[in-house]
Design a protein around this ligand. Structure first.
Ligand code: WT7
Length: 651
């Protein structure tokens, strides 16, 4: 018998079937599910055959050394050739690969032929610096075309890139360079952010003093600001610009390392998530084509993620280029120089596929729909979401205000570790429900289990696990295989535990419930923060909320909610009472917050995830802990100041 490891409280009855017109033209059909079910590995082989292999594989999947997978063993392939050369060779050299828009409004258009030329020059430049296959290269750049060019140049010569988000500190950069023993750092003088030229080079200067493995620093000139110069430094335009415009690529083993991407662990040192070549490209191109329904000849695709995150790797660079997409790449923040900037770009480039994060959607909700309503966004036809559970009301807002009630929404669940999308609707096939990632993609096996690893069944809540290996799975943690096994494979034998809570509704659709570390225990009921947050956001006065469990003498933990109101709504005791009652009404009295605090902002990481740990400190009246990964350092002061205002109520 299974029992719920997490309560299933909320119920959502809205459902949106794909339109007949969309279904008729969709890349994916329901046959994909049948095909994958019949023979999962053969299904992946068919996807892999969409790519150009120099040598075909001999073994599709070797899982004999689980949890260390080998996919398409014996095969040899070059990623950059698949992303660029083959499209140019097929006559698509003049197609735009990237429309680049800088924050100050400068633009660049890079065709596939341009990309091939620049990547070839960069590959020659790296080789001239002695960078060899297997060497690690750290990339610390803003969102500019050189970021993609640098990644592809590494891939082309078999060097392993480690992209470090440009918003990270010198110390974060240093520890990542050190862990990977990088031989080269590619950076820029700076980048443009919120109207300012933000320096990057000083952080590199500081980091490389303590990282003797770094022989050179290649510096892209982006802002033109002054930089200090050392004898390791070389200007990108001088070295790369003077290289031959062609480069003979050789193929690498399918399991050759492609990149390391560091993700913060719950404690201590960041984990260098390792991805390899053939399986990775297979899954990111397959998912990009089918989940976003990409039509290479007509779509303009925009994934708003920074290349510093895995979303930027898989769905700004590798997936779209493998599929010959025309993409928009934007340097700046959503609100610079004005809060309608994104929608202005959708109008300007006639963006047809938009892939972004719930945190951005909720921010736009807070600002009000008048802003997007001022732009022509009729070009949009598919909307995507990633990074966190999307609250049903944010989903509905996204659908109505951004998608004009006509675009399917794909809520895509995956992780840095999974490399590519794992759980998502297929537009044109799946009827979607607001707030649900729906089902595992064809070829992917996911389940929701209880503490004893028994499937909870429909209507039940528990832990999300992956039960079979998948092509773009991580191959380990750089330099620490034991940590890989401990972190992901030790809770239950043979199951990959993602760290997320989830539930199945009565139809078997999957609803993500947030990280299990955040689950609250109220009088013995295991309640997900996501469900209470979604109930709050379903109130018309609320734009965003974060919920935490705070120690409570009587109930074990009490629910404390932090709420941002929509613009123009006044806070006060009345609102707090109304919201508490609203939660009780929506999902039951057990979930009624003990306390609601109206706040102007929420603490988020630089990738937009709410830092509940800091809010727990506030709720438990402790000094606020380590805030170094906060996107905006001042937020916690704002929140703490608000604590003594009458808008916080306890009864
Ligand atoms: C964690 C992974 C995947 C690229 C960006 C984040 C959460 C991600 C969803 C979603 C609910 C989601 C999970 C996951 N997450 N997508 N659609 N619905 N939660 O990559 O930084 O490695 O984070 O993000 O908690 O485990 P990441």
């Amino acid at each position: 018998m299974s029992h719920d490891a997490i309560e299933n409280l909320s119920h959502e009855n809205r459902s949106f079937a794909p339109s007949a017109a969309f279904a008729a033209q969709a890349n994916a059909t329901a046959a994909l599910y049948d095909e994958a079910r019949a023979d999962r590995v053969a299904f992946w082989e068919r996807q892999a055959r969409e790519l150009d292999w120099e040598t075909p594989w001999t073994t599709a999947l070797d899982w004999s050394n689980a949890p260390f997978a080998r996919w398409f063993d014996g095969g040899k392939i070059n990623i950059a050739v698949n992303c660029l050369d083959r499209h140019v060779a097929a006559g698509h050299g003049d197609q735009v690969a990237y429309h680049f828009e800088g924050e100050p409004g400068d633009t660049r258009t890079l065709t596939y032929a341009d990309m091939l030329r620049e990547v070839s020059q960069a590959a020659n430049a790296l080789e001239s610096l002695g960078v060899q296959a297997g060497d690690r290269v750290a990339i610390y750049l803003p969102m500019i075309p050189e970021a993609a060019i640098a990644m592809l140049a590494c891939a082309r010569i078999g060097a392993v890139h480690s992209v470090v988000f440009g918003g990270f500190s010198a110390e974060a950069l240093r520890s990542r360079i050190e862990d990977a023993e990088a031989v080269l750092v590619i950076t820029s003088d700076g980048g443009n952010r919120k109207g300012k030229a933000l320096a990057l080079k000083p952080a590199v200067d500081e980091a490389v003093v303590e990282t003797p493995t770094v022989r050179n620093v290649l510096v892209v000139k982006r802002t033109g600001q002054d930089v200090e110069w050392t004898d390791k430094d070389i200007w990108w335009h001088e070295l790369v610009g003077s290289q031959p415009e062609t480069h003979e690529a050789r193929a690498f083993d399918s399991e050759h390392p492609l990149f390391i991407l560091y993700t913060s662990g719950t404690t201590g040192k960041p984990k260098g998530i390792l991805h390899t070549t053939g399986g990775y490209l297979t899954q990111v191109s397959y998912t990009h084509k089918n989940v976003f329904d990409l039509k290479p000849d007509t779509d303009v695709y925009w994934c708003t993620a920074d290349v510093g995150w895995v979303t930027g790797h898989s769905y700004v660079v590798y997936g779209p280029l493998a599929n010959r997409a025309t993409s928009l790449m934007y340097e700046g923040t959503p609100d610079a120089p004005h809060p309608g900037r994104w929608w202005e770009l959708v109008e300007k480039y006639r963006v047809s596929i938009l892939y972004t994060a719930p945190t951005a959607i909720r921010t736009f909700m807070k600002l009000g729909e008048d802003i997007p309503n001022g732009f022509d966004m009729t070009s949009l036809r598919v909307l995507g979401s990633v990074g966190e559970p999307i609250n049903p009301e944010a989903w509905m807002w996204y659908r109505r205000v951004i998608g004009g009630d006509r675009c399917p929404i794909v809520d895509t669940w995956w992780q840095t570790e999974t490399g590519g999308i794992m759980i998502s609707p297929l537009p044109g096939v799946t009827a979607t429900k607001p707030g649900s990632a729906m089902t595992a993609l064809p070829g992917i096996s996911a389940e929701v289990v209880d503490d004893e690893a028994h499937a909870v069944g429909n209507g039940g809540g528990g832990y999300l696990v992956l039960t079979e290996p998948w092509p773009s799975m991580l191959r380990g943690i750089w330099g620490d295989n034991d940590r890989y096994v401990d972190t992901y494979w030790s809770r239950w034998k043979g199951l990959y535990f993602a760290g997320d809570g989830a539930k199945l509704d009565d139809d078997g659709a999957i609803w993500l419930l947030g990280r299990v570390d955040d689950v609250m225990n109220v009088s013995g009921h295991r309640i997900s923060t996501t469900e209470v947050e979604s109930a709050l956001v379903s109130h018309p006065k609320v734009a965003e909320s974060a919920v935490v469990g705070a120690t409570d003498e009587t109930t074990g933990q009490g629910i404390v909610a932090f709420v941002i109101l929509r613009s123009g709504v006044q806070g006060g005791d009345d609102v707090v009472t109304e919201l508490r009652n609203h939660v009780a009404h929506e999902i039951g009295p057990i979930a009624k917050p003990r306390q609601i605090l109206i706040v102007p902002e929420l603490p988020k990481t630089r990738s937009g995830k709410i830092m509940r740990r800091l809010l727990r400190d506030v709720a438990e009246h402790r000094a606020v802990g380590d805030t170094t990964t906060l996107a905006d350092g001042g937020v916690m002061d704002l929140i703490s100041q608000g604590l003594n205002t009458p808008t916080s109520s306890e009864d």
